[in-house]
Design a protein around this ligand. Structure first.
Ligand code: LMR
Length: 409
């Protein structure tokens, strides 16, 4: 009966891991998926995570179902981490939130909530380019998906004029997706001054009140701590918007910053105008979640909340996040030096150093990315995005030499 079902294409990101695993060449490098690797190219389980797991094991905790919206303790602690302890909506008890199946699940619940309850235009504007999963995810949630200019392909930097023009032209009451930090896939973030301008464009309208802002901002915050190594600094854009009175939606993930990839720990939250409104929104989030997956997984949530609840353990965790961010920054510098100084590879490579977070949008073309896979066993997305975390002092020279060869054709 499934004769009519056509074969679909492999996933543009996770499909790369499949191709990488099938490759038997010892020089192979996977720069596709954004998953941190240590200096020896191995997955890294953070010592703070191991310490939290020991505590959980020793507590001999049960395996009962979580409530529909997850571990209440985690919801509180994660909101504090993102919004900041002094945040007005947090202190006033008006943030509705639910634990989610990592960042993707948070975005999906958010998309479904907006599709069902958002009173404005059910169109979400994504930066061009954006994370490959954003478009199918929001489309499948029932929102219309459109784009706003983001990357200037010539400078491989921010097309700020284009961004402002497109957001100003978006129909009143549309939704805009903003990457809170470490934009995926480009690694190009607005400066604080530019964020302030974006906030004004999103807010300013013929209406006077901010709760009637022109656009509705939905922040994807998958990399808190991973951009600068400082979770507070990375929260600047989100906290600035909230301080300006915006109502916002937020997707958080602990995949990258706690290395809890397969544990699937994330949160969706939305600010509301009062505790009473929050309670109503919470009830509707439950009605969305229950028929989807009933309630979220327990183990990763316990890990994240054990870390965040303990000041010593969370200080240790912050150091470990910084360690990951710093190793990535040092790889950026090394790669830049190899290409620019040692190899004199044609082209301008300054963006490798200035980009932020896990990814670098190299500027390599789709044919060059394909050639690197076929000839050098180096895997990256077809748009030329590399996960900087896949590079280390053992493979970086081979990578730079291979890029040099691909660029020279
Ligand atoms: C990525 O962009 O590589 C990560 O966010 C992992 C994923 O699920 O795509």
């Amino acid at each position: 009966i499934w004769n009519h079902v056509p074969a679909g294409p492999p996933d543009p990101i996770l499909g790369i891991t499949e191709a990488f695993k099938a490759d038997k060449d010892p020089r192979k490098i996977n720069l596709g998926v954004g998953a941190y690797r240590d200096e020896n190219g191995k997955p890294y389980v953070l010592p703070s995570v191991k310490a939290a797991e020991d505590r959980i094991y020793n507590a001999k905790a049960d395996k009962e179902y979580l409530p529909i919206t997850g571990l209440g303790e985690l919801n509180k602690l994660a909101a504090k981490l993102a919004y900041g302890a002094e945040s007005a909506p947090l202190l006033e008890g008006r943030i509705a939130s639910t634990q989610s199946i990592s960042g993707t699940g948070a975005l999906r619940i958010g998309g479904a909530f907006l599709a069902r309850h958002y009173p404005g235009v059910k169109t979400i504007y994504l930066p061009v380019p954006s994370w490959g999963n954003h478009t199918p995810l929001f489309r499948d949630s029932g929102l219309e998906v459109k784009g706003y200019r983001y990357l200037d392909k010539k400078t491989i930097g921010l097309d700020f004029a284009g961004l402002k023009e497109d957001l100003a032209a978006a129909p009143e009451k549309s939704i805009v997706l903003l990457h809170a930090c470490a934009h995926n896939p480009t690694g190009v973030d607005p400066t604080p001054e530019q964020w302030a301008e974006i906030s004004d464009i999103v807010k300013v309208s013929i209406q006077v009140s901010v709760s009637n802002a022109r656009l509705f901002p939905f922040f994807d915050f998958a990399y808190q701590g991973f951009a600068s190594g400082d979770t507070t600094r990375d929260a600047f854009a989100l906290r600035y918007f909230v301080s300006q009175g915006h109502n916002i939606a937020l997707a958080q993930s602990f995949a990258k910053n706690m290395g809890l990839y397969g544990e699937r720990v994330g949160l969706f939250s939305v600010t509301t105008s009062s505790p009473e409104e929050k309670a109503r929104v919470d009830s509707q989030i439950k009605i969305l979640v229950r028929p989807l997956y009933s309630n979220p997984p327990l183990h990763g949530a316990r890990i994240a909340s054990t870390i965040l609840a303990d000041s010593l353990l969370s200080a240790q965790w912050e150091k470990e996040v910084k360690g990951m961010a710093d190793r990535i920054i040092s790889m950026r510098n090394e790669l830049y030096n190899h290409l620019t100084h040692d190899l004199k590879t044609p082209g301008e490579w300054g963006h490798i150093k200035s980009q932020i977070g896990m990814f670098s949008f190299t500027g390599l073309t789709t044919p060059q990315a394909k050639a690197l896979g076929e000839k050098a066993h180096i895997y990256m997305t077809s748009e030329g995005r590399i996960s900087m975390a896949g590079l280390n002092s053992h493979n970086i020279k081979y990578f730079a030499d291979s890029v040099d060869a691909a660029v020279r054709g």
